[in-house]
Ligand binder design. Structure first.
Ligand SMILES: [Zn+2]
Length: 326
């Protein structure tokens, strides 16, 4: 099987860092409104297909709409403190809509993604729900379902999941699968050492290990349950490398990082393996020109490897579809 170049971005604006109240990060978030369409234009120019795992809250048309969705969720959860904190945060920090508060709302950007060829709108839950910090499985599933609904109302077919803060918990996969999700971004081999809830997902995981039912990727593998012959769950498309931003690094350190990514891409393409690169649009929110230039050198590398080895660009949903994930 020919390897693939997989790209995913976690699109969250301020919702990914509200606990830390990093208001000094506001310039990075504001920059997303300019840089995200530029990233899309580069992807289009180089024929790159990407998954945009989007926090549903930012796609809500206005604050009252978001508050109504959260009110519908919080009545069902066993530990309501998470949503109590969130309501307080919204009352103190969140404006009415995208025009008034571009730090928290970006529905127009969601539309730009949907209008761009080859792009896959995935989910990052409604509220950036951190599953290992707030280990309430039903609360997570409710938040996930609601986050998918917001995107579906914008016209998206939502099939890909990135867990907030990469807090992967395979115990929820069967239920996420029942919502229509096909693939998720795993954390690589180290995740097999993490705690997971007993039950079907645990059996599935053991089945995968025993049967070696995986497709190759750089240092890790794509794992599909379909050949394991157990109950339907989701396909793991592990991240290979986080694309680091420039901040707080010297230019030389960043250049070395880019060189490493290019070398890993070349090694994967040469061996017919896959490579999954991921980052956040807000990582490019400052020093945008330099970040876009750096990205372009990686996309040039991709084109070169595509010409030479037939290495293909795929978003997460493409990978699931090609593997026959229903
Ligand atoms: Zn996130």
């Amino acid at each position: 099987m020919t390897g693939r170049f997989v790209v995913s971005l976690d699109f969250e604006l301020m919702w990914g860092m509200r606990e830390s109240r990093r208001q000094h990060y506001a310039q990075n978030i504001l920059g997303v409104h300019t840089v995200l369409p530029q990233i899309l234009a580069l992807f289009e120019r180089y024929g790159v297909r990407a998954t945009w795992a989007t926090v549903g809250a930012l796609a809500c048309p206005h604050r009252e709409d978001l508050k109504a969705r959260i009110a519908a969720l919080s009545s069902e959860v066993s530990n309501p403190q998470y949503y109590d904190n969130l309501r307080r945060y919204i009352a103190a920090n969140v404006g009415n809509d995208e025009r008034e508060d571009p730090l928290h709302f970006g529905g127009s950007l969601v539309q730009r993604i949907l209008d761009s060829a080859g792009q896959d709108l995935g989910t990052h839950t409604l509220t950036h729900y951190p599953l290992l910090e707030c280990p309430d499985k039903q609360a997570f599933i409710g938040d996930l379902r609601s986050g998918m609904q917001v995107l579906q109302e914008s016209g998206a077919e939502v099939r890909s999941l990135v867990f907030p803060r990469n807090q992967v918990q395979t115990g929820i996969l069967a239920e996420a699968r029942a919502l229509g999700l096909r693939t998720y971004r795993g954390t690589g081999e180290s995740s097999s050492e993490r705690w997971r809830a007993p039950g079907p997902a645990q059996r599935w995981h053991r089945g995968i290990r025993l049967m070696g039912a995986y497709l190759p990727i750089g240092q890790t593998q794509f794992k599909s349950e379909s050949s394991a012959g157990e109950e339907q769950t989701m396909m793991d498309i592990p991240g290979s490398r986080f694309l680091r931003p420039l901040s707080r690094q010297s230019a030389a350190v960043h250049a070395l990082h880019l060189l490493r990514v290019k070398n890993e891409m070349a090694a994967a393409a040469r061996q017919g393996l896959s490579y999954h690169l991921w980052w956040h649009p807000h990582n490019f929110g400052q020093h945008s020109e330099r970040h876009l230039k750096a990205l372009e050198t990686l996309l040039e590398q991709y084109r070169h490897l595509n010409d030479r080895f037939g290495w293909q660009s795929r978003n997460m949903n493409d990978v699931g579809l090609e593997a026959g994930q229903p």
